[in-house]
Design a protein around this ligand. Structure first.
Ligand SMILES: Nc1ncnc2c1ncn2[C@@H]1O[C@H](COP(=O)(O)OP(=O)(O)O)[C@@H](O)[C@H]1O
Ligand SMILES: [Mg+2]
Length: 310
């Protein structure tokens, strides 16, 4: 029995959903930036923009309403990093994330009995750094955006060490921190559309010495409520800081509908997993990914487990 099975076995309810083979070798040469397309003034970011009624005399909609951002992601770099891209066809890694996303989507849009509050807000986290949070976040977002009739908003909430721009080949863009710091900026002002039709980004934005406090602030709470309600028809996936090394991940976890907990095989101890699960007790739905594990054939695979403590 693996560490994660033992840990999950301590929980009230646990259901194993599958174990799938992983992925080719990846490299992390991330130098080439994505291409930003010329802004087309004729195109409005309407899909992402709240209704005009939300602009008020105190807080008018900003001028950028006419200059939506749209970028072309660097698919070559993404593939090198092990990220699923549309032109790859049916790869092993694409299959794995297909399995992983299914229960998340069922939970996110279940409007019947057992409906999960803010189920469309999904945070990917882990106990420590380097376990594969960002890798899994971007792959999940890509997988959902490429195949489902759902718009995905990928939020880089690891504001102290943002890696989503590196993985996607982006430069520095305005993002989460900028909205929290500037009352005149609206969420729709900083959302970035991509060449993947259904994938929209909210980057971490500018570095700030009080990023921890900002993530735990009331403004952030209000933003999350806005995301859950105004964008209820889309999946919002958050990359996050490590739970045991920061306090903001715990605060964020308390406001999520679902959490995906990445556990690095043969590295994260059982004790660490237990402690991490305690930190996220406030979230009713926790999904576990057993990452970077070796199969008998010597390849790598994910084990995926599902736990609902509601
Ligand atoms: N399943 C995997 N297969 C291959 N490499 C992986 C896998 N998961 C993570 N990695 C690699 O491990 C490193 C750390 O992953 P990352 O997602 O940045 O961790 P975190 O966000 O938890 O700090 C990266 O180089 C990433 O490409
Ligand atoms: Mg990361």
């Amino acid at each position: 029995m693996s560490i994660i099975e033992k840990a999950a076995g301590k929980l009230d309810k646990e259901r194993k959903l599958g174990t799938v083979q992983l992925a080719p070798e990846v490299s992390t040469n991330l130098s080439e930036p994505a291409v930003r397309e010329k802004d087309d003034p004729a195109e409005k970011n309407d899909e992402l923009r709240p209704s005009p009624a939300s602009g008020t005399p105190d807080r008018p909609l900003s001028a950028s309403v006419l200059t939506p951002k749209r970028i072309t992601l660097n698919h070559t770099k993404m593939r090198e990093y092990g990220i699923v891209t549309p032109d790859q066809g049916r790869t092993q890694i694409a299959e794995q994330f297909r399995v992983i996303k299914r229960p998340l989507l069922t939970n996110a849009f279940n409007k019947g009995p057992g409906m999960i509050k803010n189920g469309n807000l999904i945070m990917v986290t882990s106990a420590l750094a380097g376990e594969g949070k960002s890798f899994c976040t971007v792959n999940l977002a890509m997988s959902i955006a490429m195949e489902m009739d759902r718009t995905v908003l990928l939020v880089d909430a690891d504001v102290a060490r943002p890696t989503v721009p590196k993985i996607l080949g982006l430069g520095t863009e305005q993002g989460l921190m900028d909205i929290l710091l500037d009352d005149n900026l609206d969420l729709a002002d900083v959302l970035i559309k991509t060449d993947i039709e259904k994938l929209t980004l909210l980057t971490a934005g500018r570095r700030h010495s009080h990023s921890t406090e900002l993530l735990a602030s009331q403004s952030m709470g209000a933003l999350l409520r806005e995301l859950a309600q105004r964008y209820a028809d889309r999946v919002v996936i958050f990359d996050s800081p490590p739970l045991l090394l920061t306090s903001e991940a715990r605060v964020l976890a308390g406001q999520m509908g679902q959490i995906v907990l990445v556990v690095e095989a043969e590295t994260t101890s059982q004790q660490t997993v237990k402690e991490t699960l305690r930190q996220i007790e406030s979230c009713d739905v926790v999904n576990l990914i057993y990452n970077k594990a070796r199969s008998f054939s010597g390849g790598e695979y994910y084990g995926y487990y599902y736990h609902e403590s509601a």
